[in-house]
Design a protein around this ligand. Structure first.
Ligand SMILES: [Zn+2]
Length: 322
């Protein structure tokens, strides 16, 4: 995974905005000789205030501050005369919350940085650019057959309306209420599209999400071992602690002792710590158990803690191409 250089981004951001500010001052100086005098006067006053502070001459400070306030007012007048907006000389920030520092006063990371990290993951895990178009708005219900299914008497179309209701509710209540879902259905019935709608909706709500296919998740875990990543920087820790983990296509990875124990560990940790996980799979948890894809314990944990959402219908990919 490419690591984002956060401090570099913060510096770039500050530099860019400082440059814009300097250009604006330069521009005003060019069109108003009065403004250059004003700057000189104000700099002189600020210097005097500094000295007065050091020598504790409070009376002097207040008088000088009033003079500075008058100059500030004058500055606005000059802006107006030059048809410039009154905030033209104000400090410029990409993020007004942290004033481009990246951190808040209490030392916490600002949401703008979290967003950058998330956007970075868009490319580094399995959220590709094309994913961004997989939204509820673009969801084409007409792809689903209105023919009632023999076994259930419900058509895939009706079933999908119900599934979409569940997804909308899930997004609306997240993160206050969290239900982990195991979305199961045959290849091509729209499971991945369905979860990507959820993911896109929640990204807009600033939720920290990792969306990753099961084989790729395991690749990252092998990567941890290969690079001897310490606990804090390991992918496994990230998968355990991310606000929402979406594992796509569980059961398509090469299953072995390592994959079984690692996945169990991640899923167990998330269950114990009340963290929401969405899983899509071609297999039902019981099939997975019967076929020994995963140990019985993991399958039974999934059955106990996840709500299973069965997808019915035929391969949409065939339909789309018709
Ligand atoms: Zn910020």
């Amino acid at each position: 995974m490419n690591k984002l250089n956060i401090s570099e981004i913060i510096q770039e951001r500050q530099k860019k905005n400082k440059n814009i500010q300097s250009e604006r001052i330069e521009n005003l100086l060019n069109c108003s000789p009065e403004y250059s005098q004003l700057i000189q006067q104000r700099n002189r006053l600020m210097g005097q205030i500094g000295i007065a502070k050091l020598t504790n001459q409070l009376g002097d400070i207040n008088k000088k501050k009033q003079e500075v306030a008058l100059l500030d007012k004058k500055e606005k007048e000059i802006l107006a005369q030059n048809n410039l907006p009154l905030d033209y000389l104000d400090e410029i920030y990409d993020c007004p919350i942290c004033k481009d520092m990246g951190y808040l006063e209490d030392g916490k990371v600002c949401s703008c940085i979290k967003k950058l990290i998330r956007q970075n993951k868009y490319s580094n895990y399995d959220l590709s650019e094309s994913f961004k178009n997989s939204t509820f708005e673009n969801f084409n219900l007409e792809l689903f057959s209105k023919e009632p299914y023999k076994e259930t008497g419900i058509s895939p179309y009706e079933a999908m309306i119900e599934m979409l209701n569940i997804a909308h509710n899930f997004c609306k209540k997240f993160p206050q209420e969290q239900t982990s879902y195991y979305i199961q259905g045959d290849v091509g019935v729209g499971k991945t599209y369905y979860v990507s709608c959820i993911v896109n909706e929640l990204i807009n709500k600033d939720i920290d999400i990792i969306y990753i296919s099961a084989p790729n998740l395991l690749n990252y875990l092998y990567d941890d071992i290969k690079h001897q990543n310490d606990l804090a920087s390991s992918h496994k820790e990230e998968f355990k602690n991310i606000e929402l983990l979406v594992i796509d296509d569980l059961g398509t990875e090469n299953s072995n002792n390592f994959s079984a124990s690692s996945l169990s560990e991640i899923i167990d940790y998330r269950i114990i710590n009340n963290k929401c996980t969405l899983i899509t799979s071609n297999y039902s948890p019981s099939t997975m158990m019967q076929n020994h894809v995963y140990p019985e314990r993991m399958a039974s944990r999934i059955l106990a803690y996840f709500k299973v959402l069965p997808f019915i219908g035929s391969d949409l990919r065939v339909k789309k191409n018709r």
